[in-house]
Design a protein around this ligand. Structure first.
Ligand SMILES: C[S@@+](CC[C@H](N)C(=O)[O-])C[C@H]1O[C@@H](n2cnc3c(N)ncnc32)[C@H](O)[C@@H]1O
Length: 277
């Protein structure tokens, strides 16, 4: 439980996750019926980009910093939402929980699980008194069995673990399998790091073994993922992608590649069909 997302808030990986998440939720909200979002590894909810953690890595400058400076058309809604939140009096960069919260309509709900006591306390304080948000000091992996299906029964599960422990990609595949079975109408999204190609391909293959029939992967690469010691890219698995996710995700990925690319060999983005189609 040493991971603190404040070091990585606003990084290219966050931008990939958040831009796609914004589109997915907006698409689910095209129908009037309310939705529920389960954020199984919710972090602190929001982060201070001027704080010592973000300062130390400077990752946000190569991520959201670049998008704010010159927002691409395909990311306009996402960047505008982040800018609005950052320009408020107590300006913070939204984590997944605050970003989702800002997208909720009055009948929609958000459920967050977090196991780091410090992050949990920050999350709890941020949403104190908010009747649309439930915060649990609870194991996110266990929550798929304990909290799914949600009420309302439409919605999305976001899985965003720290990838500190070995075998976490296997846990994500297993978690997606459980969530898929228990939340038959839910869209599932899981963020993952790309260091080396082989473990990512094995992860994709394991999703077929869990009998997940409709899975795509949106991947962004800073460079050819050949050095397992570096974060060379990031991906978002989406299970049961909504109608038109393909063209929308491709446009988002192209915009990210254009703005956040560093001109290194093998950099770029791709939308991959993992199963079904
Ligand atoms: C990558 S961060 C989440 C970032 C967050 N989704 C965001 O975008 O702001 C992963 C979080 O998962 C938490 N965590 C680790 N293991 C967990 C578990 N088993 N259940 C719930 N949370 C866990 C960590 O404390 C950390 O805050």
């Amino acid at each position: 439980m040493n991971y603190r997302h404040a070091y990585h808030a606003g990084s290219f990986g966050d931008c990939l996750k958040q831009a796609l998440l914004t589109w997915l939720i907006s698409r689910l909200q095209q129908k009037e019926r309310p939705i529920c979002v389960l954020d199984s590894h919710a972090g602190a909810g929001a982060y201070d980009l001027a704080g010592p953690e973000a300062e130390r890595t400077g990752e946000w400058q190569e991520g959201i910093g670049r998008l704010l400076a010159d927002p691409p058309v395909a990311l306009a809604n996402y960047v505008a939402l982040v800018r609005d939140i950052m320009e408020e009096p107590a300006g913070v960069f939204p984590g997944s929980a605050l970003l989702v919260r800002r997208l909720l309509r009055p009948a929609d709900r958000l459920i967050c699980c977090e196991l780091n006591p410090q992050e949990y306390a920050l999350l709890k304080a941020r949403f104190a008194g908010d009747r649309q948000v439930a915060i649990h000091y609870r194991d996110g992996w266990e929550a798929f069995r304990g909290l799914l299906p949600t009420e309302p029964r439409r919605g999305l599960v976001l899985i965003d673990p720290p990838y500190e422990a070995p075998g976490e990609l296997d846990r994500v595949a297993e978690g997606l399998g459980i969530a898929y079975a228990r939340f038959p109408t839910g869209v599932l999204a899981a963020w993952y790091p790309i260091k080396h190609r082989a473990p990512v391909r094995a992860f994709h293959e394991s999703l077929a073994a869990f009998r997940l029939p409709d899975v795509v992967a949106a991947e962004f690469y800073l460079r050819e993922p050949t050095d397992p010691a570096r974060l060379n890219g990031a991906g978002l698995i989406v299970v049961r992608p909504p109608y038109e996710f393909g063209p929308a995700a491709s446009a988002i990925l192209d915009a990210l590649a254009e703005r956040l690319g560093r001109g290194e060999s093998g950099g770029g983005a791709a939308l991959l069909r993992v199963t079904g189609g």
